[in-house]
Design a protein around this ligand. Sequence first.
Ligand SMILES: [Zn+2]
Length: 129
Amino acid sequence: MSNVFWGMGAGAAGESAAQRARADMSARAAASHAREAQSESMFLEKRLDKLTLICMALWSLLSEKVQLTEEDLMERVKTIDLMDGEADGKLKRQIAKCAQCGRVMSPRHAKCIYCGADRLSLTAFDDVI
Ligand SMILES: [Zn+2]
């Protein structure tokens, strides 16, 4: 396809050098964001692989030491899945309230954005679910 056909060649009427420069900057920024997202995705995939491996190793040890069965594990997975009210294969994030001021706390913040109180961890999994 030629640029002449589409009327979009460099210097085409209606497109200034400034517009092209802005478009180039936007394209570079988008490419940079895409590379960052891909890098983050690869990092998360590695973490997931490692966590899966550790989880399987723990299960292997536990099932040997205390004679639990795969059925026991599957049943417990179902039970825990249902703890948030839905059997959907995942746990919903619980809405946490600040222990000091009672306002809703974002799961992304370690401190309350209103009063500065530290987030209280009630379980070892508070920071991951
Ligand atoms: Zn607070």
